[in-house]
Ligand binder design. Structure first.
Ligand code: SF4
Length: 459
């Protein structure tokens, strides 16, 4: 076992609230006073750096029904006109943005997330791709990826994605066990997942990802071990293992999750350990915090070559740092600013109808934010704290720039989470379970944040 040295006492002591750091500073820190004018200024700044490529994120929030455990920004509907109306607003939003950014910007990555992007029918899917291609210059080798719910997927749908240039697909699996599926309100017979997976392989997708979730009700070592064995048998290129976040005060649908059936903090950590053990034995490389990939997958190669990046879409091998998001709740990361769109369908659409960018909050990064973001991203991707950073503007050491944080992490050497090596502190195997705790020491805003414990039932 990789976590033999982690005792329940250690879990209890370090089971603190903490973010996953897909951004720094994290969303709760951002200002609601960040306005449409701020967003327009950011786009205007970016326009002056026309050679910088972009990654696009498009949020497609629709689902046929709501799963109990869902933490996504999703909207339940069964009516196609609702989707058409949303696509109308996406079109207007893209025109509003490109009026300031300029058209024809190079796109090296595009991800469709949700909700359920494959809720769109063929005509709607074609319409959205045509819209993007009419306003942006999508590079021939761009990484186009889409999240798919196997419960409603068809072979023709996957064939259409391939025809339109999508090369990566992420299948929502969560857990194969029927009791767990009943407990989370998402019945997905294993045959449906296999049918989707087989279709993707037949059609030659470059990379197939499975999303798994641990810490769900009714999940035990036996059930999760069985799920992992089935996953290994299928051999997807990538696997993401997400920790279930139980936040019913934010996501009311989660009140249907039976909290008494959820694994406790130590068991939950044991499930992650089991994934590391079984997937490692099957040849997968553990990437950063919670991803696994086969040796020939680009994510593994990027980690080996130390060019892994982290953004709102998770870990990526793409080098662009500018992410432009469209749709309700979309988050852009542009020119050292974060911008979030309205996360409610009605008000998002209302803002667009009135001719406004639907901004609800944002943040301009200070030089201190940029430094801390760089350190946290480097830690989450490369599992080390180097003495010298690769920031172009700094000649000082990390200890000179962030002395208090570097003093605090000394404690983690005693815990066995970090080891001193020439020119760096390196995260140990045990330390990887506490990567977020180490990252939190570099978070200048952490005291202001109120998030949920890392390993407890409430995550
Ligand atoms: S978990 Fe996925 S499919 Fe279920 S409601 Fe949420 S976004 Fe929709």
């Amino acid at each position: 076992m990789t976590m033999l040295t982690i005792t329940p006492d250690t879990v209890a002591r370090y089971n603190r609230p903490g973010p996953r750091y897909t951004s720094y500073p994290t969303v709760p820190v951002w200002s609601k006073n960040f306005s449409e004018i701020d967003y327009i200024q950011t786009l205007t700044t970016l326009r002056q750096h026309a050679a910088e490529p972009l990654a696009l994120y498009v949020h497609l929030p629709f689902c046929a029904e709501r799963c109990h455990y869902c933490g996504c920004n999703a909207t339940v509907t069964r009516r196609a006109p609702v989707v058409d109306g949303y696509l109308d607003r996406l079109e207007r939003e893209m025109h509003l943005v490109t009026a300031h950014l300029g058209t024809g910007r190079r796109i090296v990555e595009m991800h469709w997330g949700g909700g359920t992007p494959n809720f769109l029918d063929a005509a709607q899917t074609r319409r959205l791709v045509a819209l993007v291609r009419s306003l942006f210059d999508v590079a021939p080798n761009a990484e186009l990826s889409v999240e798919v719910d196997p419960r409603i997927a068809t072979y023709d749908q996957f064939a259409l994605y391939r025809e339109l240039g999508f090369r990566r697909v992420s299948l929502g699996v969560q857990d194969f066990d029927p009791a767990v599926q009943r407990a989370i309100g998402r019945l997905q017979p294993v045959e449906q997942t296999i049918a989707s997976y087989t279709a993707c392989r037949d059609l030659g997708f470059a990379s197939i990802n499975f999303d798994l979730v641990y810490g769900l009700p009714a999940q035990t070592e036996a059930t999760f071990g069985d799920t992992l064995a089935r996953v290994i048998e299928l051999a997807p290129d990538r696997i993401a293992t997400f920790s279930y976040a139980h936040v019913p005060w934010v996501k009311p649908n989660q009140k249907y999750v039976d909290i008494t059936a959820m694994p406790d903090a130590t068991t939950k950590l044991g499930l992650l350990d089991m994934a590391i053990e079984q997937l490692g034995a099957a040849g997968y490389t553990w990437i950063g915090l919670d991803h696994f990939a086969l040796p020939d997958d680009e994510l593994t190669i990027a980690q080996c070559e130390r060019r892994l990046h982290r953004n709102f879409m998770g870990y990526t091998a793409q080098s662009t740092t500018n992410v432009l998001a469209f749709g309700m709740s979309g988050i852009s990361d542009l020119a050292n600013s974060y911008i979030q769109n309205d996360s409610k369908l009605g008000t998002y659409q209302k803002a667009i109808d009135a001719g406004h960018l639907p901004v609800v909050r944002g943040h301009h990064l200070s030089s201190d934010d940029v430094l801390r973001r760089h350190v946290i991203n480097h830690l989450m991707c490369n599992l080390e704290l180097p003495e010298h950073l690769t920031l172009p503007t700094c000649g000082a050491t990390l200890s000179e720039m962030l002395p208090e944080a570097m003093e605090r992490v000394e404690h983690y050497i005693d815990e066995g989470w970090l080891v001193r090596e020439p020119g760096r502190l390196t995260v140990t195997m045990t330390g990887r379970f506490f990567l977020r705790n180490i990252a939190m020491e570099f978070d200048g805003y952490f005291q202001q944040q109120t998030e949920t414990p890392i390993f407890s039932k409430t995550v």
